[in-house]
Design a protein around this ligand. Structure first.
Ligand code: FAD
Length: 475
Protein backbone atom coordinates (compact mmCIF):
# COMPACT_ATOMS: atom_id res chain seq x y z
CA UNK A 1 0.00 0.00 0.00
CA UNK A 2 0.90 3.68 -0.03
CA UNK A 3 2.39 5.77 2.71
CA UNK A 4 0.60 8.28 4.95
CA UNK A 5 3.74 10.35 5.39
CA UNK A 6 6.87 10.67 3.25
CA UNK A 7 10.17 12.05 4.47
CA UNK A 8 13.88 12.27 3.79
CA UNK A 9 14.77 11.17 7.31
CA UNK A 10 12.88 9.01 9.77
CA UNK A 11 14.29 8.89 13.30
CA UNK A 12 13.02 5.99 15.41
CA UNK A 13 13.06 7.03 19.08
CA UNK A 14 13.27 10.48 20.66
CA UNK A 15 15.96 10.06 23.33
CA UNK A 16 19.11 12.20 23.33
CA UNK A 17 20.28 10.26 20.28
CA UNK A 18 17.01 10.55 18.39
CA UNK A 19 16.17 14.20 19.01
CA UNK A 20 19.76 15.30 18.36
CA UNK A 21 19.82 13.37 15.08
CA UNK A 22 16.44 14.76 14.02
CA UNK A 23 17.39 18.36 14.81
CA UNK A 24 20.74 18.10 12.99
CA UNK A 25 19.08 16.42 9.98
CA UNK A 26 16.41 19.14 9.83
CA UNK A 27 19.06 21.87 10.16
CA UNK A 28 20.86 20.31 7.19
CA UNK A 29 17.70 20.58 5.09
CA UNK A 30 16.23 17.08 5.36
CA UNK A 31 12.48 16.70 5.83
CA UNK A 32 12.47 14.86 9.12
CA UNK A 33 9.98 12.73 11.08
CA UNK A 34 10.47 11.37 14.61
CA UNK A 35 8.55 8.27 15.71
CA UNK A 36 8.24 8.04 19.51
CA UNK A 37 5.87 5.93 21.59
CA UNK A 38 5.82 8.25 24.62
CA UNK A 39 4.01 11.55 25.00
CA UNK A 40 7.16 13.57 25.56
CA UNK A 41 10.45 13.80 23.73
CA UNK A 42 13.72 13.17 25.60
CA UNK A 43 13.76 9.39 25.97
CA UNK A 44 15.24 7.69 29.01
CA UNK A 45 17.70 10.49 29.72
CA UNK A 46 15.21 13.32 30.24
CA UNK A 47 12.21 11.37 31.49
CA UNK A 48 13.60 8.53 33.61
CA UNK A 49 17.41 8.82 33.58
CA UNK A 50 20.09 11.52 33.68
CA UNK A 51 17.90 14.50 34.50
CA UNK A 52 15.46 13.29 37.18
CA UNK A 53 18.31 11.44 38.92
CA UNK A 54 20.35 14.63 39.04
CA UNK A 55 17.40 16.68 40.32
CA UNK A 56 17.15 14.26 43.26
CA UNK A 57 20.92 13.96 43.75
CA UNK A 58 21.17 17.73 44.04
CA UNK A 59 18.65 17.73 46.87
CA UNK A 60 20.45 14.81 48.53
CA UNK A 61 23.81 16.62 48.32
CA UNK A 62 22.42 19.81 49.86
CA UNK A 63 20.82 17.80 52.70
CA UNK A 64 24.08 15.95 53.37
CA UNK A 65 26.09 19.16 53.27
CA UNK A 66 24.02 20.79 56.01
CA UNK A 67 24.73 17.88 58.39
CA UNK A 68 28.38 19.07 58.63
CA UNK A 69 27.48 22.69 59.30
CA UNK A 70 27.37 22.47 63.10
CA UNK A 71 31.18 22.22 63.01
CA UNK A 72 31.24 25.51 61.10
CA UNK A 73 29.08 27.27 63.66
CA UNK A 74 25.80 27.04 61.78
CA UNK A 75 23.03 24.76 62.92
CA UNK A 76 20.01 23.71 60.91
CA UNK A 77 16.99 21.89 62.25
CA UNK A 78 16.78 18.26 61.05
CA UNK A 79 15.15 18.24 57.60
CA UNK A 80 11.41 17.61 57.19
CA UNK A 81 10.85 15.75 53.97
CA UNK A 82 7.72 16.40 51.93
CA UNK A 83 8.11 13.69 49.35
CA UNK A 84 5.15 14.90 47.26
CA UNK A 85 6.76 18.32 46.85
CA UNK A 86 10.11 16.78 46.05
CA UNK A 87 8.50 14.61 43.39
CA UNK A 88 6.70 17.64 41.99
CA UNK A 89 10.01 19.51 41.79
CA UNK A 90 11.56 16.63 39.83
CA UNK A 91 8.56 16.55 37.47
CA UNK A 92 8.88 20.29 36.90
CA UNK A 93 12.56 19.92 35.97
CA UNK A 94 11.66 17.20 33.44
CA UNK A 95 8.76 19.26 32.09
CA UNK A 96 10.94 22.31 31.43
CA UNK A 97 13.38 20.26 29.38
CA UNK A 98 10.93 18.07 27.47
CA UNK A 99 8.78 21.14 26.77
CA UNK A 100 11.87 22.85 25.39
CA UNK A 101 12.49 19.92 23.06
CA UNK A 102 8.92 19.99 21.77
CA UNK A 103 9.41 23.67 20.95
CA UNK A 104 12.69 22.97 19.21
CA UNK A 105 11.08 20.23 17.10
CA UNK A 106 8.28 22.58 16.11
CA UNK A 107 10.69 25.37 15.29
CA UNK A 108 12.53 23.08 12.88
CA UNK A 109 9.31 21.67 11.39
CA UNK A 110 10.24 18.18 12.59
CA UNK A 111 7.04 16.13 12.60
CA UNK A 112 6.53 13.86 15.63
CA UNK A 113 4.44 10.73 15.04
CA UNK A 114 3.36 9.30 18.37
CA UNK A 115 3.40 5.49 18.50
CA UNK A 116 5.28 2.20 18.25
CA UNK A 117 7.38 2.01 15.10
CA UNK A 118 8.33 -1.24 13.39
CA UNK A 119 9.90 -1.78 9.98
CA UNK A 120 7.79 -3.11 7.11
CA UNK A 121 10.66 -3.14 4.60
CA UNK A 122 13.89 -1.14 3.96
CA UNK A 123 11.93 2.06 3.19
CA UNK A 124 8.79 1.90 5.34
CA UNK A 125 8.01 1.99 9.04
CA UNK A 126 4.54 1.24 10.37
CA UNK A 127 3.51 3.16 13.46
CA UNK A 128 0.85 1.84 15.86
CA UNK A 129 -0.38 5.15 17.23
CA UNK A 130 -0.43 5.75 20.97
CA UNK A 131 -2.10 8.34 23.17
CA UNK A 132 -2.29 9.52 26.78
CA UNK A 133 0.52 9.57 29.33
CA UNK A 134 1.00 5.82 29.09
CA UNK A 135 1.51 3.99 25.84
CA UNK A 136 -2.15 3.27 25.16
CA UNK A 137 -2.68 2.14 21.58
CA UNK A 138 -5.43 3.96 19.72
CA UNK A 139 -5.85 1.10 17.25
CA UNK A 140 -4.89 3.39 14.36
CA UNK A 141 -1.79 2.98 12.22
CA UNK A 142 0.30 5.20 10.02
CA UNK A 143 2.90 4.20 7.47
CA UNK A 144 5.93 6.44 7.03
CA UNK A 145 8.05 6.16 3.90
CA UNK A 146 11.66 7.30 4.28
CA UNK A 147 14.82 7.77 2.23
CA UNK A 148 17.13 7.54 5.26
CA UNK A 149 16.48 6.20 8.72
CA UNK A 150 18.31 6.56 12.04
CA UNK A 151 17.45 3.90 14.62
CA UNK A 152 17.68 5.42 18.11
CA UNK A 153 15.36 3.07 20.03
CA UNK A 154 17.58 2.94 23.12
CA UNK A 155 17.59 0.40 25.91
CA UNK A 156 15.64 -0.77 28.93
CA UNK A 157 16.50 -2.05 32.38
CA UNK A 158 17.47 -5.72 32.60
CA UNK A 159 15.08 -7.77 34.77
CA UNK A 160 16.03 -10.65 37.04
CA UNK A 161 13.68 -13.53 36.21
CA UNK A 162 13.44 -14.79 39.79
CA UNK A 163 12.37 -11.47 41.30
CA UNK A 164 8.66 -11.46 42.21
CA UNK A 165 6.20 -9.15 40.45
CA UNK A 166 5.63 -6.76 43.33
CA UNK A 167 5.46 -2.98 43.72
CA UNK A 168 8.32 -3.26 46.24
CA UNK A 169 10.63 -4.59 43.50
CA UNK A 170 11.61 -1.74 41.21
CA UNK A 171 14.05 -0.73 38.49
CA UNK A 172 15.63 2.72 38.08
CA UNK A 173 12.41 4.08 36.56
CA UNK A 174 10.50 2.95 39.64
CA UNK A 175 13.19 4.37 41.93
CA UNK A 176 12.86 7.77 40.27
CA UNK A 177 9.09 7.72 40.85
CA UNK A 178 10.00 8.13 44.52
CA UNK A 179 6.76 6.68 45.88
CA UNK A 180 8.01 6.40 49.48
CA UNK A 181 11.21 6.21 51.47
CA UNK A 182 11.78 2.65 52.74
CA UNK A 183 13.48 1.77 56.03
CA UNK A 184 15.61 -1.01 54.59
CA UNK A 185 16.50 -1.02 50.91
CA UNK A 186 18.50 -3.49 48.84
CA UNK A 187 20.32 -2.29 45.74
CA UNK A 188 21.17 -5.16 43.41
CA UNK A 189 24.10 -4.03 41.26
CA UNK A 190 26.87 -1.70 42.45
CA UNK A 191 27.25 0.27 39.20
CA UNK A 192 26.73 3.98 38.69
CA UNK A 193 22.92 3.89 38.45
CA UNK A 194 22.55 1.71 41.56
CA UNK A 195 24.92 3.86 43.60
CA UNK A 196 23.31 7.14 42.51
CA UNK A 197 19.91 5.85 43.62
CA UNK A 198 21.43 4.49 46.85
CA UNK A 199 22.75 8.01 47.51
CA UNK A 200 19.32 9.59 47.03
CA UNK A 201 17.40 7.08 49.14
CA UNK A 202 19.99 7.02 51.91
CA UNK A 203 20.04 10.83 52.16
CA UNK A 204 16.24 10.69 52.47
CA UNK A 205 16.62 8.25 55.39
CA UNK A 206 16.80 4.68 54.07
CA UNK A 207 19.38 2.17 55.30
CA UNK A 208 21.02 0.51 52.30
CA UNK A 209 22.51 -2.90 51.48
CA UNK A 210 24.30 -3.35 48.15
CA UNK A 211 24.97 -6.67 46.47
CA UNK A 212 27.47 -6.90 43.59
CA UNK A 213 28.66 -9.99 41.72
CA UNK A 214 32.07 -8.54 40.88
CA UNK A 215 34.85 -7.78 43.35
CA UNK A 216 34.29 -4.02 43.56
CA UNK A 217 31.70 -1.27 43.26
CA UNK A 218 31.65 1.25 40.41
CA UNK A 219 33.40 -0.99 37.86
CA UNK A 220 35.27 0.89 35.16
CA UNK A 221 36.80 3.47 37.51
CA UNK A 222 40.31 3.02 38.92
CA UNK A 223 40.21 1.68 42.48
CA UNK A 224 42.10 4.64 44.00
CA UNK A 225 39.17 6.91 43.09
CA UNK A 226 36.53 4.48 44.31
CA UNK A 227 38.32 4.14 47.67
CA UNK A 228 37.82 7.85 48.35
CA UNK A 229 34.11 7.55 47.54
CA UNK A 230 33.81 4.41 49.73
CA UNK A 231 35.40 6.08 52.75
CA UNK A 232 33.10 9.07 52.53
CA UNK A 233 29.99 6.92 51.97
CA UNK A 234 30.54 4.06 54.43
CA UNK A 235 27.90 5.55 56.75
CA UNK A 236 25.13 4.96 54.18
CA UNK A 237 25.49 1.20 54.03
CA UNK A 238 24.74 -1.58 56.50
CA UNK A 239 26.18 -4.25 54.26
CA UNK A 240 28.14 -4.14 51.00
CA UNK A 241 28.16 -7.68 49.64
CA UNK A 242 30.84 -8.07 46.96
CA UNK A 243 31.38 -11.25 44.89
CA UNK A 244 27.86 -12.16 45.92
CA UNK A 245 24.87 -13.21 43.83
CA UNK A 246 21.20 -12.65 44.50
CA UNK A 247 19.66 -16.08 43.92
CA UNK A 248 16.06 -15.95 45.09
CA UNK A 249 13.41 -13.64 46.45
CA UNK A 250 9.95 -13.99 47.93
CA UNK A 251 7.30 -11.32 48.49
CA UNK A 252 5.71 -11.55 51.95
CA UNK A 253 3.50 -9.19 53.92
CA UNK A 254 6.41 -7.83 55.94
CA UNK A 255 8.75 -7.31 52.98
CA UNK A 256 10.75 -8.86 50.17
CA UNK A 257 12.87 -11.72 51.51
CA UNK A 258 16.05 -12.12 49.48
CA UNK A 259 18.59 -14.96 49.44
CA UNK A 260 22.23 -14.53 48.50
CA UNK A 261 25.14 -16.80 47.58
CA UNK A 262 28.83 -15.94 47.62
CA UNK A 263 31.72 -14.46 49.55
CA UNK A 264 29.78 -12.00 51.68
CA UNK A 265 26.36 -13.65 51.58
CA UNK A 266 24.44 -13.71 54.87
CA UNK A 267 23.40 -17.28 55.74
CA UNK A 268 19.70 -16.41 56.04
CA UNK A 269 17.32 -14.61 53.73
CA UNK A 270 17.20 -10.86 54.40
CA UNK A 271 14.03 -8.77 54.53
CA UNK A 272 13.74 -5.44 52.67
CA UNK A 273 10.99 -2.85 52.24
CA UNK A 274 12.27 -1.99 48.77
CA UNK A 275 14.53 -3.77 46.28
CA UNK A 276 16.10 -1.87 43.39
CA UNK A 277 17.31 -4.03 40.51
CA UNK A 278 20.11 -2.11 38.77
CA UNK A 279 22.01 -4.87 36.98
CA UNK A 280 22.41 -3.19 33.60
CA UNK A 281 20.44 -2.25 30.52
CA UNK A 282 19.59 -4.24 27.42
CA UNK A 283 19.20 -2.72 23.94
CA UNK A 284 15.79 -2.59 22.21
CA UNK A 285 17.07 -3.94 18.87
CA UNK A 286 14.88 -7.01 18.81
CA UNK A 287 11.61 -5.09 19.11
CA UNK A 288 11.49 -3.05 15.90
CA UNK A 289 11.23 -5.79 13.23
CA UNK A 290 14.69 -4.79 12.01
CA UNK A 291 14.89 -8.02 10.00
CA UNK A 292 12.16 -6.75 7.65
CA UNK A 293 14.49 -3.90 6.69
CA UNK A 294 17.41 -6.32 6.43
CA UNK A 295 19.18 -4.70 9.41
CA UNK A 296 21.31 -7.20 11.33
CA UNK A 297 20.72 -7.37 15.09
CA UNK A 298 22.92 -9.36 17.49
CA UNK A 299 21.48 -11.99 19.78
CA UNK A 300 21.53 -9.54 22.69
CA UNK A 301 19.70 -6.89 20.66
CA UNK A 302 22.54 -4.60 19.65
CA UNK A 303 22.85 -3.19 16.12
CA UNK A 304 26.38 -3.07 14.73
CA UNK A 305 27.51 0.06 12.89
CA UNK A 306 30.60 1.39 11.12
CA UNK A 307 32.36 4.64 12.03
CA UNK A 308 29.77 6.59 10.05
CA UNK A 309 27.04 4.97 12.16
CA UNK A 310 25.72 2.99 9.17
CA UNK A 311 24.17 -0.42 9.76
CA UNK A 312 24.69 -3.22 7.22
CA UNK A 313 21.93 -1.47 5.21
CA UNK A 314 23.70 1.67 3.94
CA UNK A 315 20.76 4.12 4.16
CA UNK A 316 19.81 2.97 7.67
CA UNK A 317 21.91 4.23 10.59
CA UNK A 318 21.85 3.39 14.30
CA UNK A 319 23.03 5.39 17.31
CA UNK A 320 22.98 5.52 21.09
CA UNK A 321 22.40 2.74 23.60
CA UNK A 322 21.23 0.38 20.85
CA UNK A 323 24.69 0.29 19.21
CA UNK A 324 26.61 -0.61 22.37
CA UNK A 325 28.58 0.52 25.39
CA UNK A 326 29.07 2.90 26.97
CA UNK A 327 25.34 3.57 27.27
CA UNK A 328 25.62 7.31 27.89
CA UNK A 329 23.67 10.30 26.66
CA UNK A 330 26.69 12.31 25.48
CA UNK A 331 27.85 9.36 23.36
CA UNK A 332 24.37 9.09 21.81
CA UNK A 333 24.35 12.81 20.95
CA UNK A 334 27.79 12.70 19.32
CA UNK A 335 26.83 9.64 17.26
CA UNK A 336 23.55 11.34 16.33
CA UNK A 337 25.36 14.27 14.77
CA UNK A 338 27.64 11.95 12.79
CA UNK A 339 24.71 9.89 11.45
CA UNK A 340 22.64 12.95 10.45
CA UNK A 341 25.61 14.63 8.78
CA UNK A 342 26.55 11.50 6.82
CA UNK A 343 22.93 11.06 5.71
CA UNK A 344 22.94 14.68 4.54
CA UNK A 345 26.03 13.98 2.42
CA UNK A 346 28.73 15.38 4.69
CA UNK A 347 32.07 13.67 5.34
CA UNK A 348 31.55 13.03 9.03
CA UNK A 349 32.72 10.08 11.09
CA UNK A 350 32.94 8.95 14.69
CA UNK A 351 36.56 9.40 15.69
CA UNK A 352 36.31 10.54 19.31
CA UNK A 353 39.42 9.71 21.36
CA UNK A 354 37.51 9.61 24.62
CA UNK A 355 34.02 9.28 26.09
CA UNK A 356 33.91 10.48 29.71
CA UNK A 357 32.11 8.65 32.52
CA UNK A 358 30.74 10.28 35.65
CA UNK A 359 29.17 8.86 38.80
CA UNK A 360 27.14 11.74 40.23
CA UNK A 361 27.52 10.40 43.73
CA UNK A 362 28.86 12.46 46.64
CA UNK A 363 31.77 12.93 46.09
CA UNK A 364 31.49 12.59 42.33
CA UNK A 365 33.80 10.24 40.45
CA UNK A 366 34.72 11.16 36.86
CA UNK A 367 37.13 9.71 34.35
CA UNK A 368 38.06 10.35 30.71
CA UNK A 369 40.37 8.75 28.17
CA UNK A 370 42.30 5.73 29.42
CA UNK A 371 42.10 4.64 33.03
CA UNK A 372 45.20 3.19 34.68
CA UNK A 373 43.63 -0.25 34.53
CA UNK A 374 43.07 0.13 30.78
CA UNK A 375 46.57 1.52 30.15
CA UNK A 376 48.10 -1.42 32.03
CA UNK A 377 45.91 -3.93 30.18
CA UNK A 378 47.01 -2.40 26.86
CA UNK A 379 50.67 -2.45 27.90
CA UNK A 380 50.98 1.32 27.47
CA UNK A 381 53.86 2.89 29.44
CA UNK A 382 52.53 5.93 31.22
CA UNK A 383 53.52 8.54 33.77
CA UNK A 384 51.04 9.53 36.42
CA UNK A 385 50.57 12.85 38.17
CA UNK A 386 48.27 13.19 41.15
CA UNK A 387 47.23 16.40 42.88
CA UNK A 388 45.61 15.75 46.26
CA UNK A 389 42.82 18.16 47.13
CA UNK A 390 44.18 18.31 50.68
CA UNK A 391 46.54 20.84 49.06
CA UNK A 392 43.79 22.78 47.28
CA UNK A 393 42.83 26.05 48.94
CA UNK A 394 39.33 25.93 47.51
CA UNK A 395 38.65 22.32 48.51
CA UNK A 396 39.79 23.09 52.05
CA UNK A 397 37.66 26.25 52.16
CA UNK A 398 34.68 24.17 51.01
CA UNK A 399 35.33 21.65 53.77
CA UNK A 400 35.63 18.94 51.12
CA UNK A 401 39.31 18.17 50.61
CA UNK A 402 38.97 14.37 50.38
CA UNK A 403 39.36 14.29 46.59
CA UNK A 404 42.21 14.18 44.12
CA UNK A 405 42.92 14.89 40.47
CA UNK A 406 44.97 12.44 38.43
CA UNK A 407 46.45 12.79 34.96
CA UNK A 408 48.06 10.05 32.86
CA UNK A 409 50.68 10.82 30.21
CA UNK A 410 52.25 8.58 27.57
CA UNK A 411 55.85 8.05 28.77
CA UNK A 412 57.26 8.46 25.27
CA UNK A 413 55.19 11.21 23.66
CA UNK A 414 54.29 12.93 26.97
CA UNK A 415 50.80 13.48 25.62
CA UNK A 416 47.90 13.14 28.00
CA UNK A 417 46.09 9.84 27.52
CA UNK A 418 43.57 10.07 30.33
CA UNK A 419 42.62 11.57 33.62
CA UNK A 420 40.28 11.12 36.53
CA UNK A 421 38.89 13.15 39.38
CA UNK A 422 37.18 12.22 42.62
CA UNK A 423 35.69 15.06 44.62
CA UNK A 424 32.78 17.47 44.64
CA UNK A 425 31.90 18.69 41.11
CA UNK A 426 34.30 16.16 39.52
CA UNK A 427 31.85 15.73 36.63
CA UNK A 428 32.02 19.43 35.81
CA UNK A 429 35.80 19.47 36.13
CA UNK A 430 36.53 16.49 33.86
CA UNK A 431 35.64 18.51 30.72
CA UNK A 432 39.11 20.05 30.66
CA UNK A 433 40.68 16.59 30.67
CA UNK A 434 38.36 15.56 27.79
CA UNK A 435 39.56 18.54 25.75
CA UNK A 436 43.21 17.89 26.61
CA UNK A 437 42.95 14.25 25.49
CA UNK A 438 41.20 15.20 22.23
CA UNK A 439 43.83 17.86 21.46
CA UNK A 440 46.79 15.70 22.46
CA UNK A 441 47.98 18.24 25.03
CA UNK A 442 51.10 17.49 27.06
CA UNK A 443 51.85 18.30 30.69
CA UNK A 444 53.44 21.66 29.79
CA UNK A 445 50.38 22.74 27.76
CA UNK A 446 48.11 22.13 30.72
CA UNK A 447 50.51 23.20 33.48
CA UNK A 448 51.38 26.50 31.78
CA UNK A 449 47.73 27.34 31.17
CA UNK A 450 46.75 29.89 33.81
CA UNK A 451 43.80 28.53 35.76
CA UNK A 452 41.72 30.73 38.05
CA UNK A 453 42.65 30.64 41.74
CA UNK A 454 41.23 29.42 44.05
CA UNK A 455 39.12 26.86 42.19
CA UNK A 456 38.72 23.11 42.08
CA UNK A 457 39.47 23.29 38.35
CA UNK A 458 42.91 24.57 39.22
CA UNK A 459 43.68 21.04 40.43
CA UNK A 460 43.95 19.93 36.78
CA UNK A 461 46.68 22.51 36.16
CA UNK A 462 48.36 21.60 39.46
CA UNK A 463 48.43 17.89 38.54
CA UNK A 464 50.06 18.80 35.22
CA UNK A 465 52.63 20.89 37.07
CA UNK A 466 53.41 17.87 39.22
CA UNK A 467 53.89 15.91 35.99
CA UNK A 468 56.54 18.22 34.60
CA UNK A 469 58.20 18.53 37.96
CA UNK A 470 57.79 22.22 38.74
CA UNK A 471 54.95 22.38 41.19
CA UNK A 472 54.65 25.92 42.49
CA UNK A 473 52.79 24.88 45.63
CA UNK A 474 50.20 27.64 45.44
CA UNK A 475 47.95 26.84 48.42
P1 FAD B 1 16.80 6.35 24.91
O1 FAD B 1 17.03 7.52 25.76
O2 FAD B 1 16.62 5.01 25.53
O3 FAD B 1 15.56 6.68 23.99
C1 FAD B 1 14.98 5.75 23.15
C2 FAD B 1 13.59 6.22 22.83
O4 FAD B 1 13.07 5.40 21.81
C3 FAD B 1 12.63 6.12 24.00
O5 FAD B 1 11.99 7.36 24.20
C4 FAD B 1 11.65 5.04 23.59
O6 FAD B 1 10.34 5.28 24.05
C5 FAD B 1 11.72 5.12 22.08
N1 FAD B 1 11.39 3.87 21.41
C6 FAD B 1 11.99 2.67 21.54
N2 FAD B 1 11.45 1.77 20.71
C7 FAD B 1 10.49 2.42 20.04
C8 FAD B 1 9.56 2.02 19.02
N3 FAD B 1 9.54 0.78 18.53
N4 FAD B 1 8.70 2.96 18.55
C9 FAD B 1 8.71 4.22 19.04
N5 FAD B 1 9.55 4.64 19.97
C10 FAD B 1 10.44 3.75 20.47
N6 FAD B 1 23.66 8.92 30.77
C11 FAD B 1 24.49 9.96 30.93
O7 FAD B 1 25.21 10.30 30.00
N7 FAD B 1 24.53 10.67 32.09
C12 FAD B 1 23.77 10.34 33.15
O8 FAD B 1 23.84 10.99 34.19
C13 FAD B 1 22.89 9.23 33.03
N8 FAD B 1 22.09 8.89 34.06
C14 FAD B 1 21.22 7.86 33.89
C15 FAD B 1 20.40 7.51 34.95
C16 FAD B 1 19.50 6.47 34.83
C17 FAD B 1 18.60 6.12 35.98
C18 FAD B 1 19.42 5.76 33.58
C19 FAD B 1 18.45 4.64 33.41
C20 FAD B 1 20.24 6.09 32.54
C21 FAD B 1 21.15 7.14 32.68
N9 FAD B 1 22.00 7.50 31.63
C22 FAD B 1 22.87 8.55 31.80
C23 FAD B 1 21.98 6.80 30.33
C24 FAD B 1 21.18 7.58 29.29
O9 FAD B 1 19.88 7.80 29.78
C25 FAD B 1 21.15 6.83 27.99
O10 FAD B 1 22.47 6.53 27.57
C26 FAD B 1 20.47 7.62 26.89
O11 FAD B 1 19.16 7.95 27.24
C27 FAD B 1 20.48 6.84 25.59
O12 FAD B 1 19.86 7.60 24.60
P2 FAD B 1 19.23 6.92 23.31
O13 FAD B 1 18.84 8.05 22.45
O14 FAD B 1 20.13 5.89 22.76
O15 FAD B 1 17.97 6.11 23.81
Amino acid sequence: GGADIECDMLVLGAGPGGYSAAFRAADLGLKTVIVERYASLGGVCLNVGCIPSKALLHVAAVMDETTHFAELGIEFAPPKIDIDKLRAHKEKVIGKLTGGLAGMAKGRKVEVVRGYGAFLDPHHVEVELTTGDAQDKTGDKKVVKFKHCIIAAGSQAVRLPFMPEDPRVIDSTGALELKAVPKRMLVIGGGIIGLEMATVYSSLGARIDVVEMLDGLMQGADRDLVKVWEKKNAHRFDNIMLKTKTVAAEAKDDGIWVKFEGDKAPADAQCYDLVLVAVGRSPNGRKIAADKAGVAVTERGFIEVDNQMRTNVPHIFAIGDIVGQPMLAHKAVHEAHVAAEVAAGQKSSFDALQIPSVAYTDPEVAWAGLTEDQAKAKGIKYDKAVFPWAASGRAIANGRDEGFTKLLFDSETHRIIGGAIVGTHAGDLIGEVCLAVEMGADAVDIGKTIHPHPTLGESVGMAAEVAHGSCTDLP
